[in-house]
Write a protein that binds this ligand. Structure first.
Ligand code: NFS
Ligand code: SF4
Length: 654
């Protein structure tokens, strides 16, 4: 790929150039030098036992004869179907494990906070506490928040090791969906149990029927979406506050030349929350000044960034592919990381500059980085030590500093609770107005566009192109993760974007409610918020009685991580048509791919699709949304929409 085709973000392109001038490596350069293995890419390589690795690639450019097909097997006799399904299922298990281990860590901190053993962490959102207590059947009565929280924490902890029955949050799904999961035997029992069983069943010589493997993969993914991820979001909201709309800025231009710049990167919000508080401490600011800085500038990267953006308005320096480029500015004193999506390349890049790479989690260390462990028991002290380390590094800055100008305003903080409130008002919070506008056709449907960046495709391009196409066609877009960041950089997360980019119907609704046409719902574990929003739409009526009836669709146009596959799988299992871009990991088995793309619809009401071109991806999603509208008898309603003043007034009155 030519250099200029690597990203559509000018800040990113400027820093790729600077990295080249400075002789520093980066992900874009490395991806040019590393060709993906075509056999692994299609899921046709099995290396789960030492009789292999066995490669069973689909023959290229010719039809396979039955005889050739029969020979395409691993040493143990495993077929291409089994091999591709095992690979796919294991990726889902890893993704589910990542989200859920994040949830476990949050639960541990939550319990410490409830018991008053984590100074600085408290119960911030009482209303959410009571809501979750209700979900878990925890008695409220005269009990203190701390008592209630302790019981919730203990019950949540048990969800990980639960051996039988059903995960508690599964009961938040529409009834029809729960029945379908019971009937198809994919209701998750315990979070850890499903991941372990998936690993067992994909061990050499266990489950060797691809549909059966994929059935457990579904259960493992549902244990993420309606388990780990949902629980992480709930407990984080209780501890740190449920997000409400907040104005901030995004892109590398949020770094400040005169300040000590610290980026917090990764996924879990605990340390980031504490850093956001400690950087405001007058004593620590004074310390920064004593080293010649004007102040301290904290910014985020990847999903940790989304967490503190949503709750504190902390600016975002960039998404996944920009992490090394933040160092290349020469103005970054420290990049502080916890878990997930952290490139080991950071340590290499940092060698060319003064930046200190600081790992903080005992589960995630990095050769070439320094480790300052974050201890929840003494959260303030840990955060202060990290910030002082960054401040001490300020005088070591070189002369070679260039911070791109680009930064864009955005409004974030759209939790399910906020959407409910914005639409319905405090006293009759509901999704009714959204449903009504879908029914009357001003809004054609709702799309969740989520997921990563991927160096194998043009950075940010597919996200922005797809989302622009969707809102132009009156589809309200809900976003999380690095995808949200891409669209925020393009200015799509401002109320003004409705007039500029959205279709007439969607724009009129956004303007009446005062929201952007693209709503930022948070980090990737916050995809659970999309499940809850979809459920609320079902419960408010008029759009069928299951998520699979709704005119909605999902996409991850630039996915790269195993977590994204787990997310996609639980969306599909929840009844959502879900399209992934970039590459598709099961193309080595036509049968398995057909099963996921076609047969899944009759089983789960939702199915996978693959499409790398964002325009075609939009067409697929719109086609699905229109099909659902037709099934609901709403295709006529759309034609009748006229935008006169009477309708505007009626809309305002909703
Ligand atoms: Ni989601 Fe968020 Fe980004 Fe992808 Fe990584 S940061 S958890 S995995 S790359 S969206
Ligand atoms: Fe080969 Fe079978 Fe071993 Fe896989 S499990 S590496 S297909 S022998």
């Amino acid at each position: 790929m030519a250099e200029e085709a690597r990203s559509i973000d000018p800040a990113t392109l400027e820093m790729i150039d600077k990295a080249r001038e400075d002789g520093s490596s980066n992900v874009f350069e490395r991806s040019s030098n590393m060709k993906p293995c075509p056999i692994g890419l299609e899921g046709s390589c099995c290396r789960i036992c030492s009789m292999g690795p066995c490669r069973v690639p689909l023959p290229k450019n010719k039809e396979e004869t039955a005889e050739e097909r029969a020979k395409r097997k691993g040493v143990c006799g495993a077929t291409a179907e089994t091999i591709a399904a095992r690979n796919f299922a294991r990726m889902i298990a890893a993704g589910s494990a990542a989200h859920s281990d994040h949830a476990r860590k949050v639960t541990e901190t939550f319990l410490l906070a409830a018991k008053g053993e984590a100074k600085g962490f408290t119960i911030k959102d009482e209303q959410k506490l009571l809501q979750v207590a209700l979900n878990f059947g925890v008695k409220i009565a005269e009990r203190s928040n701390e008592e209630i929280a302790t019981e919730i924490g203990e019950l949540v902890m048990k969800e990980f090791g639960r051996q039988e029955g059903e995960l508690t949050p599964v009961k938040s799904a529409p009834l029809k969906r729960q029945e379908l999961w019971q009937k198809t035997k994919v209701t998750p029992r315990g979070i850890d149990r499903e991941v372990v069983e998936m690993m067992h069943r994909t061990h050499m010589g266990v489950d060797q029927e691809y549909k059966s493997i994929m059935s457990q993969a579904m259960r493992t993914a549902l244990a993420d979406g309606w388990g780990g991820s949902m629980l992480a979001t709930d407990l984080q909201d209780i501890m740190f506050g449920t997000p409400a709309p907040v104005l901030s800025q995004i892109n590398l231009g949020v770094l400040k030349k005169e300040d000590v710049n610290i980026i917090i990167h990764g996924h879990e919000p605990q340390l980031a929350e504490m850093l956001a508080v400690v950087v405001q401490d007058p004593g620590i600011i004074e310390y920064a000044r004593s080293k010649g800085a004007r102040g301290i500038n904290l910014a985020g990267m990847c999903c940790t960034a989304n967490e503190i953006l949503m709750r504190h308005g902390v600016p975002i320096a960039g998404n996944f592919l920009q992490q090394e480029l933040a160092i290349v500015t020469g103005a970054l004193e420290a990049i502080v990381v916890d878990v997930q999506c952290i490139m080991q390349g950071l340590a290499d890049v940092a060698q060319c500059y003064h930046t200190r790479v600081i790992t903080t989690d005992p589960r995630a260390k990095m050769t070439g980085a320094e480790h300052i462990e974050f201890d929840e028991h003494r959260a303030w002290e840990s955060a202060e030590q990290i910030i002082r380390t960054a401040i001490d590094n300020f005088p070591n800055r070189g002369k070679n500093i260039r911070i791109p100008d680009q930064k864009t305003d955005l409004v974030a903080g759209f939790s399910h609770e906020t959407i409910n409130y914005l639409l319905g008002g405090l006293f009759r919070a509901s999704y009714r107005p959204l449903n009504e506008n879908i029914i009357n056709g001003r809004i054609r449907g709702v799309a969740g566009v989520v997921g990563c960046n991927n160096a194998r495709t043009v950075h940010d391009n597919a996200h922005i192109t797809l989302v622009k196409e969707l809102i132009k066609n009156d589809v309200l877009v809900l976003q999380t993760g690095c995808s949200a960041m891409a669209c925020a950089k393009a200015g799509l997360m401002l109320p003004e974007a409705a007039r500029e980019f959205a279709g007439e119907g969607l724009a009129s609704v956004c303007e009446a409610v005062g929201i952007p046409p693209v709503l930022h719902l948070g980090s990737c574990v916050d995809n659970a918020r999309i499940l809850i929003a979809a459920t609320a739409m079902v419960k408010d009526g008029g759009l069928g009685d299951d998520i699979s009836d709704l005119p909605v669709a999902g996409a991850a146009p630039e996915w790269m991580s195993e977590k994204a596959l787990s997310i996609g799988q639980y969306f599909v299992g929840s009844g959502v048509f879900t399209v992934f871009g970039t590459t598709w990991p099961t193309t080595g088995s036509k049968e398995l791919t057909e099963f996921l793309f076609k047969d899944y619809e009759s089983i789960y009401g939702g199915m996978w699709a693959f499409e790398a071109d964002p325009y075609k991806m939009a067409e697929l999603m719109l086609g699905h949304i229109d099909k659902k509208r037709k099934d609901l008898g709403l295709d006529k309603a759309r034609d009748r929409v006229l935008y006169d003043m009477a309708m505007r007034r009626e809309l305002d009155a909703v």
